[in-house]
Design a protein around this ligand. Structure first.
Ligand code: ADP
Length: 452
């Protein structure tokens, strides 16, 4: 080869490499722009809008658009279309907004085959995209004003999920695209697909979050209404109940004359049942007060040892009637003064002791009071009763929790007592908890309060 020919070939080669290099740079900068927008929390429409603008400007395409697939309706809906003064003018001339035209798959054989086969396709005719959905003259104008020679369409598929189609129109024949240009295009399509997929998921997540938030508000309203209803109903039940309880007790005590032997049992039953009903109503009322934040506390200074001793003394007859031994021990040489709501703390100790009696078929119950670090006072109620399984123990102080064997002992209960008790202790900045070695192995209930 003559020397001038070989240097010409070299120059040509260098020129070609230079063109490829600049295209490579362009593609890299385009990809980095696409990565940047894909990291933003955008809606699919916002993301598609920015993507088509970048593609059209950076790769010098005449027209770029993204259509999202609505699978149920079998149609493609434009979510972004690149804009140009030329295109805007043509659209207003024909009073047609391309971005508003939904394309049923049955109307575009070209797009349908891309969707069905999930592989890219190309066409020389722009009409293949919109079929007869826009006037022929309009196609002609878009085509001639932009010197459009061909159109490309890529399916946007990730993990088997087909999100839509990206189409591009260019002023060259497809055959004139270099292998490198084709490769860059498929990288661009990949990035767009992933970004769009993420935007769709983000939108779904946002929607689900909004739905959850409004369902939550509704639930809170319902819960509030429920608490108000329970509080109202319980108030209404209280007065007739105390009247039944009072008259039953007067009847039993002979205030209306001595009861015949036949009458004694039913009257006692009325008294007992009305008492447990009153406890239930009180539990409901307390729960609704706790939930509405309307529980009132009346703090005074008192001796906790004396209070615990009084409760034990009051419950002794019931324990003895059940054949149980009940003992009380206080740590010697200690004072047990506290500042608390006496009525509420009495209710808590009574509740724990009452439970111990209810859930101990035989054996004993030991109550003790002791003082610990930082003046903390601990009341311990240990029984030899039915015990608590490891499974029930963590939920014991939740609302409506009753161990599966609680009913077996044929004891009526609501499963609210411990919940109310714990809330009351916690309102005093104290702690209430239970321990048990398991079913049939007895239990110990603890109340810890700050001493003075
Ligand atoms: P109730 O006694 O009305 O069911 P509580 O909230 O007072 O409701 O108690 C909840 C559950 O805790 C009881 O149903 C029972 O299963 C269990 N429990 C409470 N105290 C004891 C105890 N001393 N021994 C065994 N189980 C107990």
């Amino acid at each position: 080869m003559p020397p001038e020919n070989s240097s010409k070939a070299l120059a040509e080669n260098l020129y070609k490499q230079g063109v490829e290099l600049s295209l490579k740079n362009k593609t890299l900068s385009l990809l980095s722009k696409l990565y940047e927008i894909s990291a933003l929390a955008l809606t699919p429409e916002e993301l598609a809008g920015q993507a088509v603008k970048i593609i059209k400007d950076d790769l010098s395409f005449e027209l770029a658009g993204i259509l999202s697939l609505e699978e149920e309706k079998q149609l493609l809906k434009p979510i972004a279309l690149s804009s140009s003064d030329r295109l805007s003018k043509i659209q207003s001339e024909f009073s047609v907004e391309l971005e508003k035209i939904e394309i049923p798959l049955s109307r575009s054989i070209f797009l349908k085959s891309i969707i069905d086969k999930r592989i890219p396709g190309h066409s020389q005719e722009l009409t293949d995209v919109w079929d007869e959905l826009i006037p022929k003259e309009m196609y002609a104008e878009i085509k001639s004003s932009g010197h459009i020679k061909s159109s490309l369409a890529y399916p946007l598929v990730t993990d088997d999920k087909l999100r839509g189609v990206l189409f591009l129109s260019l002023n060259r024949e497809i055959e004139n695209l270099t292998p490198f240009e084709n490769e860059s295009l498929s990288s661009v399509v990949n990035v767009i697909t992933v970004a769009l997929d993420k935007a769709f998921l983000y939108m779904q997540l946002k929607k689900t979050n909004e739905e959850l938030a409004s369902a939550n508000i509704r639930l809170k309203e319902l819960d509030q209404q429920k608490s108000e209803f329970v509080s109202l109903a319980s108030h209404q039940l209280r007065s007739p109940l105390s009247s039944i309880k009072g008259y039953a007790s007067m009847l039993r005590e002979g205030d209306y004359g001595a009861l015949s032997e036949d009458m004694k049992k039913p009257v006692s039953a009325i008294e007992e049942s009305s008492k447990s009903l009153a406890t239930m109503v009180d539990d409901f009322l307390n729960v609704s007060r706790i939930e509405q934040g309307t529980m009132k506390f009346d703090f005074t200074d008192f001796d906790l040892k004396k209070l615990a001793e009084d409760v034990v003394y009051e419950q002794k007859p019931t324990a003895e009637k059940a054949g149980l031994k009940l003992s009380f021990v206080a740590e010697p040489n200690k004072t047990f003064m506290i500042t608390a709501d006496l009525v509420k703390i009495k209710q808590v100790i009574t509740n724990f002791l009452d439970n111990s009696i209810k859930y101990t078929p035989k054996g004993s119950i030991d109550v003790s009071i002791s003082k610990h670090e930082d003046n903390k006072i601990l009341i311990k109620i240990t029984d030899t009763g039915i015990g608590i399984s490891a499974e029930t123990l963590p939920k014991l102080f939740s609302k409506f929790t009753r161990a599966s064997d609680a009913n077996k002992t044929n004891i009526h209960g609501t499963g609210l007592g411990l919940y109310v008790a714990k809330q009351m202790v916690e309102a005093h900045k104290g702690r209430a908890w239970a321990e048990s070695a398991g079913e049939g192995k007895g239990s110990t209930f603890y109340i810890e309060l700050q001493g003075k």
